[in-house]
Design a protein around this ligand. Sequence first.
Ligand SMILES: *Cc1c(COP(=O)(O)O)cnc(C)c1O
Ligand SMILES: [Zn+2]
Length: 438
Amino acid sequence: MSIAQDDLNLKLAGVDREVAVMCIACGRQYPVEAVNDGCQSCGSLLEVRHPLEALRSTLTPEWVKQRRSEREFPYNSGVWRWRELVAPFSNANLVTRNEGNTNLYEDARLAKYTGVDSLWLKHEGENPTGSFKDRGMTVGISHAKLCGATYVACASSGNTSSSLAGYAARAGLQALTFVPAGKVALGKLSQTFAYGAKTIQVDGSFDLALDLVRQVAHAAGVYLVNSINPFRLEGQKTIIFEAIDQLNWQTPDWLVVPGGNLGNTSAFGKALYELRELGLIGQKLPRIATIQAEGSAPFYAYYKNGFKDFQAVAPETVATAIRIGNPVNLPKAQRALEWTDGLVETVTDGEIMEAKAHLDRSGIGGEPAAAATLAGVRKLTAAGVIKPGEGVLGILTGHILKDTDSIVQYHSDPTLPGANAPVKVKATLEDVLKLLGL
Ligand SMILES: *Cc1c(COP(=O)(O)O)cnc(C)c1O
Ligand SMILES: [Zn+2]
């Protein structure tokens, strides 16, 4: 077949440009328009490979600047602005809500709390459905559309469900979400069924729900959008592209992120690797520090034993978004740490909620898993791992309103630092002034 014929076939399939979808273990290749949740030869993870060598001359700092100034579809999306490094789907297949374009905050109080000189917090809770999941979901759902899917499904600790439900509704696809019964924050659960997803509560952990949805996907030809889906991670890479652009292409020394299924850890490693290959950043990559909750820390244990012996755990933590005992992206996350000289740290639920109280009081706010980033930075600084003068980019993964139960519970206990429960008063001026001591 001639090259022109190949091009034509790709265009017919809704794909503008060839990228490889490839198994990270055995190298087997798959067509872009195939629906796959793993390698059919060896069962390992798939990833999208871009022709970096060929893109090098196009994707220059000038190109970045030009794209940043675009105001129209699809480049007004913080994901599709980088489409050459995300996915080559044609415009007709894109399902987007102009996700991304999130703020990068500096806050003197939080810098002091964590002990860091230069702290930048990128708030991915500012995405359309309130978490970074939207950056992956726009790519996953666009791919589902390209593949002609009718049903799209995921297992979720909450935010993937919310995001899937929202994007499926935009695309006119039916969403199925499998969630661990009683273990999803109410903000996420209610958002999911409000957007119209069929919500199936599974009697067991997230890990069990994922097993189940994979079986359903295989048995019934349903399109799976968990982070084993390689296209989702391509969208999540743009958190890093955008943050480094906001930092005027000065890379920080550290990149700190909470870890559950380790999709972000994996995507961030790949993002940095690609930026370096393209010559957009220097040779020295920021070190990725993945923060796990102490009760849900299988990646930490694996890291500590030199990546020799992985043991899944029965997860527990107040940060339900990272309540995961058997992370699906393990080999990719390991590779990300190896590329970036990264590490894994744990924080307790107490540390997470204390950091959250500070994060919220700063006026920025975030859900518990987002606060794990801050707690992790504080711990690594106190331990002397993050050194004076080093710059830290922390990722806040979800919005403050996602988990209001945890907020009410925390602030109802006056013994906890910063607890700020509402007070009741009789509706007279006298009583109010007395209460306020004025
Ligand atoms: C999904 C999620 C995480 C975990 O991210 P992984 O990529 O699975 O490690 C962390 N925080 C929030 C708010 C999430 O929704
Ligand atoms: Zn394989």
